[in-house]
Design a protein around this ligand. Structure first.
Ligand code: SAH
Length: 223
């Protein structure tokens, strides 16, 4: 369905995602309208497809970013704390920050230094993005995201933007109760999204969702 939602402007892309049923919630639509994907995707920013951003990373397709926001939305309240693992271009980190305004915080974790810098540069391209960086509402850190980022946790929502080898217990531990983890998991030649909820009583519920194709979570390359 990728081609169906592409548009000539950010607004057209988001409107098309909404009319194709890929964005259903007004808050998600509002947040995605507020972040120009051209600040994050080096080519064809208004196409509903992933784009290379260097270092073997890609900015995910807009419909996948929409799916992640829609899934995590009940936990993306003003003041919420969010972890975005494999923050890459910084696009989703910025959108998530729009969804937890005011008072919220999103930490983007990325293990390739030039991509940490790229995300900062991209976020600083807009007035809104600069304000998020200046206030600390968005922070990018260089770390191995497979370990989460415990110092700023626990989190209301954790998004993982690269496919994990298994369902990561460390990340579940860094969730609040209640809290939600959205994670692509490799299963043989396939990958599926798992939506893992830590419930108010601390119990954990797992739901297998759609089949996907993400780049893998890996060891950091030599720098
Ligand atoms: N959400 C990002 C996705 C980028 S692709 C975007 O849409 O722009 C996945 C990212 O995960 C890449 O930038 C890659 O460098 C990063 N990554 C892979 N393994 C990682 C790890 N172990 N720790 C942190 N980041 C990792």
């Amino acid at each position: 369905m990728a081609w169906r939602s592409s548009g000539a402007s950010n607004q057209a892309l988001i409107e098309n995602l909404a009319s194709n049923g890929l964005i259903t919630q007004a808050r998600v639509k509002q947040a995605m309208l507020g972040v120009d994907r051209a600040h994050y995707a080096p080519a064809s920013p208004y196409q509903d497809s992933p784009q290379p951003i260097g270092h073997r990373a890609t900015i995910s397709a807009p419909h996948m970013h929409a799916a992640a926001c829609e899934s995590l939305l009940p936990y993306l309240r003003p003041g919420a704390r969010v972890l975005d693992i494999g923050s890459g271009s910084g696009y989703l980190t910025h959108v998530l920050a729009e969804l937890v305004k005011p008072g919220g915080k999103v930490v983007g974790v990325e293990h390739i230094s030039p991509l940490v810098e790229l995300a900062r540069t991209n976020t600083a391209k807009s007035v809104e993005g600069r304000a998020l960086l200046d206030s600390g509402a968005v922070e990018y850190v260089k770390a191995d995201g497979r370990l989460g980022w415990e110092v700023q946790g626990p989190y209301d929502a954790i998004h993982v933007g690269a496919a994990a080898a298994g369902q990561n217990q460390v990340l579940v531990e860094q969730l609040k109760a209640p809290g939600r983890l959205f994670i692509p998991v490799e299963e043989g030649y396939m990958q599926h999204i798992y939506v893992i909820d830590k419930n108010e009583d601390g119990s954990v519920t797992k739901k297998k969702d759609i089949g996907v194709q993400y780049v893998p979570l890996t060891d950091a390359p030599e720098e």
